[in-house]
Write a protein that binds this ligand. Structure first.
Ligand SMILES: *[C@@H]1O[C@H](CO)[C@@H](O)[C@H](O)[C@H]1NC(C)=O
Ligand SMILES: *[C@@H]1O[C@H](CO)[C@@H](O)[C@H](O)[C@H]1NC(C)=O
Ligand SMILES: *[C@@H]1O[C@H](CO)[C@@H](O)[C@H](O)[C@H]1NC(C)=O
Length: 469
């Protein structure tokens, strides 16, 4: 739909009516003939250019779908514990920082009526948005050790030059403590609609499948500050791109592996091989080897027996107790290299990422921990401990995940305290989409919504709090 500001419409109308009185009669007839002699095709071309030109000039929108690409600069929060970007909600758009999470599929932000867990972070005031609609459907989502609840709503959501109208998301009024660390106001789930607690088509999936992107891919470059002793609470986090891969950020080929499942849910790859200190670890076959590739999880979680096998290769390592149950400690002076292969190349987790933190004299916590996931969730959760070591690409068609080696440019960002921490940037919108069918699907959504419980960033935030004490 073309919408022009009222002043422009008034201008067009007055021009048209002014023409006959200003022009001599003869010229008016000439004009009349010329219009008639224009073919329907010519008229079509003119009409389209005229409308799109005006729309572009005055910031309106046309029904013509325009493909585009976009980049969102990320912030590395709490020494690699989470990575957040920014989006904007409402009319006029208001910017919010959100965790970018490929391990879930819902968008939610804390609302200004939030009563629990949102006191120190910006919240969304729905009364300030003229395009906001409260769908009044209760929403709740459960993560590994946190939850958020509120009500579903829809509004215009913008990110990195893309705008989706009627995007369904949740405005939350109760959020577990530790879930939101200022300035983060919520979370953008980047996985597939089948695991969306809201049952809405996720923002990214709408853009990818609606041909708003040049190419149906989104990609992450995540920085490492974990082993930099003077790291601040916020550092440059790398980038998130939509609709393209940025060749400045990786070298060589991107190794794409197709997802093993017919239903798209999490971004899943099967682990085909693993090594620890050069020795192979036996990996089960079939769905027991499925791993969710999850930017919203700080570490790497795997089945208890597999994780025990990993630490059996590291002399003098020992399981944690109490609050650290499920985690393992190992001598900090051991440089540990773990590799993963998903069917092609072998990708290494650097010793710097494996070493999470010293927890007692000379003993460090390792980046792989044991986790029993629910039946519907993959056995492994491969989070940022791995993803900081590669350029990762999430491709909607065909559904697949790709990894490439980081470029020198990307590597030079790691631990670089001189890099500016990006502030929320929304950019000007170059492509529009309308959320697909989600409003109908949601109109009779169940009263209680749950998503398979995953250990997320949020769980790690709690762990950080434990370690800090
Ligand atoms: C939306 O409607 C529900 C149900 O009436 C209400 O509880 C909730 O506070 C509303 N949300 C907002 C953000 O106004
Ligand atoms: C951090 O780890 C990376 C990767 O192993 C390494 O290249 C870098 O030198 C380390 N930085 C510091 C400050 O130790
Ligand atoms: C790719 O990334 C580099 C480094 O961040 C940036 O300078 C460049 O503009 C990006 N390219 C595109 C096409 O966005």
């Amino acid at each position: 739909m073309l919408t022009l500001p009222l002043t422009i419409i008034a201008l067009l109308v007055s021009d048209a009516s002014a023409t006959p009185t200003r022009q001599p009669r003869g010229i008016s007839l000439d004009l009349h003939r010329r219009v008639q002699s224009r073919s329907v095709e010519e008229l079509g071309v003119w009409a389209k250019n005229h409308r799109e030109g005006l729309a572009a000039k005055y910031g309106g929108r046309t029904t013509t779908r325009k493909r585009s690409t976009g980049t969102n600069l990320l912030v590395n929060q709490g020494g690699d514990s989470s990575f957040y970007g920014s989006l904007a909600i409402g009319t006029p758009p208001v910017a919010f920082d959100v965790i970018l999470d490929t391990g879930s599929a819902d968008l939610w932000v804390a609302g200004s009526t939030c009563t629990r867990g949102c006191s120190s972070t910006p919240t969304f005031d729905v009364s300030a948005s003229s395009t906001f609609t409260n769908k009044s459907t209760p929403f709740s989502i459960v993560y590994g050790s946190g939850d958020a609840s509120g009500a579903l709503a829809s509004d215009t959501v913008q990110m990195a030059g893309f705008s989706v109208s009627n995007q369904v998301f949740a405005v939350c009024d109760e959020v577990s403590s530790n879930l939101l660390t200022s300035p983060v106001s919520g979370l953008l789930g980047l996985a597939w609609d089948s695991i969306a607690a809201s049952r809405a088509t996720p923002f990214a999936q709408t853009l990818a499948t609606g041909n708003s992107w040049d190419s149906p891919v989104m990609a992450f470059q995540l920085t490492r500050f974990l082993n930099q002793s003077r790291t601040g609470e916020s550092q440059a986090g790398g980038s998130f791109t939509m609709g393209f891969v940025n060749s400045t950020l990786y070298t060589g080929d991107i190794e794409f592996i197709n997802m093993p499942t017919s239903t798209n849910s999490y971004w899943i790859l099967p682990i085909k091989a693993m090594t620890v200190q050069g020795s192979s670890i036996t990996v089960p076959s079939g769905s027991d080897a499925y791993a969710a590739i999850d930017t919203g999880t700080t570490l790497i979680g795997g089945p208890p027996d597999q994780i025990a096998n990993v630490y059996a290769q590291i002399p003098n390592s020992q399981p944690g107790t109490g609050d650290l149950e499920g985690y393992y400690m190992y001598p900090c002076d051991t440089s540990v290299t773990v590799t993963f292969s998903f069917g092609g190349k072998s990708w290494a987790v650097s010793p710097a990422d494996f070493e999470v933190q010293e927890v007692s004299r000379g003993m460090c916590m390792g980046g792989l921990f044991s986790l029993s996931t629910g039946d519907s969730a993959p056995s492994w959760i491969v989070g940022d401990t791995f993803l900081k070591n590669v350029y990762s690409v999430f491709r909607f068609n065909p559904p697949s995940v790709g990894f490439a080696a980081l470029s020198g440019y990307s590597l030079s960002m790691n631990g670089n305290l001189d890099l500016a921490v990006p502030s929320a940037t929304i950019g000007s919108v170059s492509a529009f989409a309308t959320a697909g069918g989600s409003s109908n699907r949601n109109s009779d959504a169940a009263v209680s919504l749950r998503t398979p419980s995953l250990i997320s960033t949020i769980a790690m935030m709690s762990l950080w709090a434990i370690l800090a004490n």
